[in-house]
Design a protein around this ligand. Structure first.
Ligand code: ADP
Length: 440
């Protein structure tokens, strides 16, 4: 049950409780007012008052042994009598003897009827309130479950990607590897004729921010096909079977709008090794495998997934016919960083002291996303400093800010990682020649 359903049910129950409490309170108040008004006296007292001539009027009711006694001093009392016949004959005798006492026997059917109707109404209100609450709670639960299951309908929104390969820099080899997929999406017949089997799934593996999503979007943008993006975690749901149902709907939608690209980010959240994962995730993963086996290249759907934890993925996902093409997207080296900076510098104004090459050298281990972030932060800082272009001091400030963020994020960056990065970067160093001596 999701939070909205829980909140709705809570609200209904609170309203129902208020209705019931108010009804009971109203009844209690009515009874107290009706009973509390009158003082009860004994039958003997009635006879004494009668004897003393203190009574002005007696109101009796058919089939009831309760009478109302109105005193000459205007006080009103109630009394329980032992016999109406006996009281009637006593009062008649008094009247005969000249007493001015008024004696009335009323038909109490109307009172009885009113009382019965009132009781029935109270029971009716209470039963209605309880059953209304039960119906609402049950329909709330049903609607909640339906909402959860249908949520994916709203979330499957194919978009037109405007990203192209020109928006990506520094991962040329990886771009080359996916270019044939674009060709396939544009000219599927050509490949079919040749009997070529184009991969159904491409798995992009690399650290966050290295451009995996960008690459997937660029494939869709270049091939001009719709792009459906889903995050692996969006298939996770506490209700068993909902994740699998979402996968089914995702593929149904993809088949409807094919040719298209399905992009599943953070694949590891659903495709972990099965002994590792929760039972619902297992169902979701099985459904994903079944769907990938179920369509063929004629369907013109390419599933691209991204992960930064390839080691935890279930091997079944990597079999041929599923994510059989794996592309590692590395952190950019110094050259790649410079070309990524060039892309993100396109719409920014820089002072003469800024060299993108220099920034690239200072940003070892940074991803494309970090570099984009640095230029953005620098631009914000320059505006705050009331400068009309980005200077090197803005860049340094931005690097410092981003680095602090990175240090927090990469607290688990091991010595081994640092060593590998150092070895990788040293590969870009120039071999010393007579013209270019080693700088000490
Ligand atoms: P990932 O999917 O690997 O986490 P993204 O593709 O979402 O990373 O990258 C986030 C942002 O970082 C992109 O929108 C882009 O602005 C920038 N970026 C990352 N890699 C590159 C790259 N190789 N070239 C240009 N920009 C990049």
């Amino acid at each position: 049950m999701n939070d909205t359903t829980k909140r709705r049910i809570k609200r209904i129950l609170v309203c129902e409780a208020i209705v019931i409490i108010l009804t009971i309170l109203a009844c209690v108040v009515l009874v107290v007012l009706a009973v509390g008004k009158k003082e009860y006296i004994t039958y003997d007292k009635v006879l004494t008052y009668l004897e003393n001539g203190q009574i002005k009027e007696i109101q009796a009711y058919q089939d009831s042994n309760i009478v109302t006694v109105i005193m000459k001093d205007e006080g009103e009392k109630s009394a329980v009598i032992s016999s109406l016949d006996e009281l009637t004959s006593l009062v008649s005798e008094k009247i005969k003897n000249g007493s001015d006492i008024k004696f009335e026997i009323e038909d109490n059917t109307t009172i009885e009827l009113t009382r019965a109707i009132l009781i029935l109404m109270i029971i009716g209100v209470v039963v209605w309130a309880i059953s209304y609450a039960i119906i609402k709670v049950l329909s709330g639960i049903k609607a909640g479950i339906k909402n959860v299951i249908n949520k994916e309908d709203d979330e499957i929104k194919p978009v037109k990607s405007k990203t192209t390969f020109n928006d990506i820099a520094g991962i040329d080899e990886e771009k080359e590897q996916v270019k044939e997929v674009v060709e396939f999406l544009i000219h599927p017949k050509m490949y079919e004729k040749m009997g070529a089997r184009i991969p159904k799934g491409i798995l992009l593996n690399g650290d966050p921010g290295t451009g995996k999503t960008l690459l997937a979007k660029a494939i869709a943008g270049e091939a001009k096909v719709p792009f459906i993006q889903k995050n692996g975690s969006s298939f996770e749901e506490r209700l068993v079977g909902v994740g699998a149902s979402r996968i089914r709907k995702l593929f149904e939608k993809a088949k409807e709008i094919a040719p298209c690209i399905i992009f599943i980010d953070e694949l590891d959240s659903i495709a972990q090794k099965r002994y590792n994962s929760k039972s619902d995730n297992e169902q979701t993963l099985n459904q994903l495998l079944a769907e990938m086996d179920g369509f063929d290249s004629k369907d013109n759907i390419i599933v691209i997934a991204a992960t930064n934890h390839i080691e935890v993925l279930d091997q079944a996902i990597l079999r041929p016919g599923r994510f059989d093409r794996q592309i590692f997207v590395p952190r950019p080296d110094v050259k790649a960083r410079e070309s990524i900076l060039k892309i993100h510098a396109r719409n920014k104004k820089f002072a003469n002291d800024v060299s993108l090459k220099g920034i690239a050298k200072k940003t070892v281990g940074f991803t494309g996303a970090d570099l984009e972030n640095i230029l953005n932060e620098a631009a914000i800082y320059a505006v705050n400093q009331k400068r009309d272009c980005i200077s090197i001091s803005d860049i340094d400030e931005a690097i410092a800010r981003v680095t602090i963020g990175l240090e927090k994020r990469n607290a688990a960056f091991t010595e081994e990682d640092r060593y590998l990065t150092a070895v990788h970067e040293s590969g870009h160093a120039c071999r010393p020649t007579a013209a270019q001596p080693v700088r000490r």
